[in-house]
Design a protein around this ligand. Structure first.
Ligand code: NAD
Length: 364
């Protein structure tokens, strides 16, 4: 039986990085003996040009009948001034995609491959052995969505509301524990329980769930301390689970410890189960459509390739294939291959296609 993956290349460098990634997935399939049917669909500016909306209903249908979605990036100067702004690709495609697909958990691994220690923003002795932190962020609740939200008519006052229900906390905490279980079994739950009532409920619920995961060591940390510890000694972390706004900020901070936007993968998971018994999810690089380098064939494809590895692991439960792909990326970097964004003196600078070919080569 073939798995189904929706391929939404999008705008800018999207088609370049997604194209080589699908080629690599096909090769991984041959090597590990599985089959994927890839169904392409329009999203973003290119979809707006073709259909008048950045997220056509037909694209949503393709996503809903798939086991997973592989997304490139959307947006670019051509579509920045579309009216109404709700039709802009970032607003009109990404947010409704998350909502329609019920994606409540955002997983952002911040991996610094030892070969790239030189491009990290941290001192070499802190990151010489590399870093591997997973930030699990709640994606659909908290202060970004709580009501009431708005301003007084005279602009004298503005309000945002932070709300979390017990169930919302429980389901994301579970993703945190399950993720930790597949790694070093260390989970740090981050909140602001010394000040916020939502954080006190958060801490309570996470603590109540802990006995179900006796193999996972749980700690709690205040968000301000966590922001500090991430730059002081990031090696203490394995998995961090936290609410929407804290996760937004901490995942960017953790990501930057790894040096380059072109290396960062992400997964957004829902609760639906796939035909493989995994979790339905949307996988995409953290970076945008990079219009400044689009069409030049120099974009770093590794964030998208690493996102594909997350897809294999989480949605298709193909752990061996995922690990082999991640190892191929690590070996490619150790062998000295670099794209322009992570280039260092003395290393071989490759374009998108050659970098992907190097990964394929190391896949064996
Ligand atoms: P960006 O991430 O596209 O680019 C920032 C810088 O990083 C640029 O100099 C770019 O060339 C470089 N860069 C990004 N990805 C790279 C890669 N794979 N290889 C090499 N270099 C890379 O962010 P931006 O310039 O602020 O935004 C460009 C467009 O993308 C905007 O329209 C923005 O709204 C959109 N955007 C989309 C997403 C998404 O689709 N998820 C996310 C962020 C931004």
């Amino acid at each position: 039986m073939a798995y189904r993956v929706a391929v939404l290349a999008g705008d800018g460098i999207g088609p370049e990085i997604v194209g080589v990634t699908v080629d690599i997935l096909r090769a991984v399939g041959k090597r590990f003996n599985f089959e994927i049917d890839y169904e392409e669909a329009l999203v973003g500016g290119i979809a707006y040009d073709a259909t008048g909306t950045p997220l056509p209903e037909s694209t949503l249908e393709v996503c809903k009948r798939s086991d997973a979605v592989l997304l490139g990036a959307v947006g670019g100067p051509k579509w920045d001034n579309i009216q109404p702004p709700t039709l802009r690709p970032e607003v009109g495609a990404l947010l409704p995609l998350r909502k329609e697909l019920s994606l409540f958990a955002n997983l952002r691994p911040a991996i610094l491959f030892p070969a790239l220690a030189g491009v990290s923003s941290l001192r070499a002795d802190l990151v010489a052995d590399g870093l591997n932190i997973l930030v699990v962020r709640e994606l659909t609740g908290g202060i970004y969505f709580g009501q009431p939200k708005g301003r007084d008519a005279d602009n004298s006052r503005a309000v945002d509301t932070c709300i979390y229900t017990r169930d919302e906390i429980l389901r994301i905490a579970r993703v945190g524990f399950e993720s930790a279980r597949k790694r070093k079994k260390i989970l740090c739950s981050v909140d602001k329980a010394n000040v916020l009532e939502t954080s006190r409920l958060w801490r309570e619920v996470v603590t109540e769930l802990a006995p179900e995961y006796p193999d996972v060591a749980l700690t709690h940390m205040l968000v301000d301390n966590c922001a500090m510890q991430l730059v002081r000694d990031p090696r203490q972390f394995d998995v961090i689970v936290t609410e929407n706004m804290f996760g937004d900020i901490l995942s960017d901070e953790a990501a930057m410890l790894t040096g380059s936007l072109g290396m960062l993968a992400s997964a957004s998971l829902g609760s639906a189960t796939t035909t493989a018994g995994g979790t339905f999810g949307l996988y995409e690089p953290v970076h945008g459509s990079a219009p400044d380098i689009a069409g030049k064939g120099i974009a770093n494809p590794l964030a998208t390739i690493l996102s594909a590895a997350l897809l294999l692991r989480n949605s298709l439960l193909l752990e061996d294939a995922a690990a082999a792909l991640e190892l191929a990326v690590a070996t490619t970097l150790s062998a000295g291959s670099r794209t322009a964004d992570i280039s260092e003196p003395g290393k071989i600078s490759l374009g998108t296609a050659d970098m992907a070919a190097a990964v394929l080569n190391h896949l064996g």
